[in-house]
Design a binder for this molecule. Structure first.
Ligand SMILES: *Cc1c(COP(=O)(O)O)cnc(C)c1O
Length: 367
C-alpha cells in the first residue's frame, strides 16, 4: 500500500459512480498513456482478460498458430486456446530466459498469426528482431508485459512496442490492484474494436462520448472492464509507480552485489540484463549450478523461515500444453534453466539485514 488507496476508494464510493469507466478509470487510462506512450490503454480485470481481448481482436480461429515461449504463465497460451488457437512453443535465451528471437522464424507456417513475446522479470525481449520478423511475415505482435510495467527497451516503455500488449496489476506484480490489468492498443486500426469487445460487444463507449445517439450490439465481446473501486485503488498505486520501481530496483541491486561471490565460485548464475533493457526490479532469481539439488536448497531456506519458490513448469510439459500446443525444435534451454531457477523474496520494506541473511543462508544451503 502506498497511502492513498482507501482514500481514493472512498472518493469513488461517495461520488456514486461504481461501475466501470468512471473518473478513476479515466485517470488510470491517462496515466498509462502518458507514461508508456501507448496508443490507447483500457483497464481490464486482469492481464489474462487483456490477453483474451487480444485473441478476440486478432480474430484468432481454430487452427491458427501463435508463437510464444513455453517458459511463461498459463494465460499467455490459454487466452488463444480459448479461441481454438494452437500455441507453438519456442525455446528461450540462456541469458534473459526470454523467447529466443533467433528461433522464431523457423516456427512460422502458413497458419501462424501472431508472436507473443513475454518480458520475463521485467527484462525486455529483443523486440527489434521480433518486430522485423513479424513485419516480414505479416504477423501481429502481442507483448505479454504482465511483469513489464515501468520497464523499457531502448528507451521505449514495454507495452508500447507491439501491436497489442497486456499489463498485470495482480497482487504479485509491482503496481497492484489485487486483481487487475490493462490492454494497450498500439495499432490505431484496432482501437475502436477493442472498446467494443471490452463493453460486451457494444459501442457503448462511443455512446458515452456522444459520438452515436444509441448503443447497440456490434460484435462478439464480453465484460472486461473493472469497476471504479479497483480503478481508484490502482490510481493510488500508479501515482507512486516511480517510487515503487526505484525501491524495488535498490533491493534487486543489493541482492546482485551480495551474491556476486557465489557466482564467482561458479555456484550460481545471477540474472543478466542486456544493456538496452531497463528493468523494473520485478524479480530477483538465481540459477543454481548444474548438479545442485534445488529442492534441498529450498528446504534449507525454509528451515530459516525464508520462503523461496521456483517458477513456471514449462507449458509444453504440462497436460494442457501437450494437448493444445506443439513445440518447435528443441526446448533444451527451457527445460534446463527452469529446473535450476530459485526466486528470492523481494518486496518493499525488505531490509538490508534481511537480504544479507538470505544471501548467507543461501550460501550455506548451496555449500
Ligand atoms: C502474472 C502474469 C500473467 C497473468 O496476470 P493476471 O493479471 O493474474 O491475469 C500473465 N502472464 C505473465 C507473464 C504473468 O507474469
Amino acid at each position: 500500500m502506498t497511502g492513498k488507496e482507501l482514500y481514493y476508494m472512498a472518493e469513488a464510493k461517495f461520488g456514486n459512480m461504481l461501475a466501470g469507466d468512471g473518473p478513476f478509470t479515466r485517470r488510470c487510462h491517462d496515466w498509462l498513456e502518458n507514461k508508456s506512450g501507448c496508443g490507447k490503454s483500457l483497464l481490464t480485470h486482469s492481464c489474462t482478460a487483456a490477453l483474451e481481448m487480444a485473441a478476440l481482436l486478432l480474430d484468432i480461429e481454430p487452427g491458427d498458430e501463435i508463437i510464444m515461449p513455453s517458459y511463461t504463465f498459463v494465460s499467455t497460451a490459454n487466452a488463444f486456446v480459448l479461441r481454438g488457437g494452437v500455441p507453438v512453443f519456442v525455446d528461450i535465451r540462456e541469458d534473459t530466459l526470454n523467447l529466443d528471437e533467433g528461433l522464431v522464424e523457423a516456427a512460422i507456417t502458413s497458419r501462424t498469426r501472431a508472436i507473443v513475446p513475454v518480458h520475463y522479470a521485467g527484462v525486455a525481449c529483443e523486440m527489434d528482431t521480433i518486430l522485423e520478423t513479424a513485419r516480414r511475415h505479416g504477423l501481429k505482435v502481442v507483448e505479454d508485459a504482465a511483469q513489464g510495467v515501468m520497464a523499457t527497451y531502448k528507451g521505449r516503455a514495454l507495452g508500447s512496442i507491439g501491436d497489442l500488449a497486456a499489463y498485470s496489476f495482480h497482487e504479485t506484480k509491482n503496481v497492484i490492484s489485487g486483481e487487475g490489468g490493462a490492454l494497450l492498443v498500439n495499432d490505431p486500426a484496432l482501437i475502436v474494436r477493442a472498446e467494443i469487445i471490452r463493453e460486451k460487444g457494444t459501442d457503448r463507449s462511443r455512446f458515452f462520448r456522444g459520438e452515436v445517439d444509441k448503443y447497440t450490439w456490434q460484435e462478439v465481446g464480453s465484460s472486461f472492464l473493472p469497476g471504479e473501486l479497483i480503478a481508484a485503488f490502482l490510481y493510488a498505486q500508479l501515482e507512486e509507480a516511480e517510487r515503487i520501481t526505484d525501491e524495488r530496483l535498490a533491493i534487486w541491486q543489493r541482492y546482485h552485489e551480495l551474491l556476486k561471490p557465489l557466482e564467482a565460485k561458479g555456484l550460481i548464475r545471477r540474472p543478466i540484463v542486456p544493456e538496452e533493457c531497463q528493468h523494473n526490479g520485478h524479480m530477483y532469481y538465481v540459477l543454481l549450478a548444474p548438479g545442485i539439488d534445488r529442492q534441498k536448497v529450498l528446504d534449507a531456506l525454509k528451515k530459516s523461515d525464508i520462503f523461496t519458490v521456483f517458477h513456471y513448469v514449462p507449458l509444453h510439459s504440462s497436460p494442457a500444453g501437450r494437448r493444445y500446443g506443439r513445440t518447435q525444435g528443441s526446448l533444451e534451454v527451457t527445460d534446463t534453466q527452469s529446473e535450476r531457477l530459485v526466486r528470492l523474496p523481494l518486496w518493499i520494506g525488505l531490509t538490508a539485514e534481511q537480504q544479507e541473511n538470505v544471501a548467507e543462508v543461501l550460501k550455506h544451503a548451496i555449500g
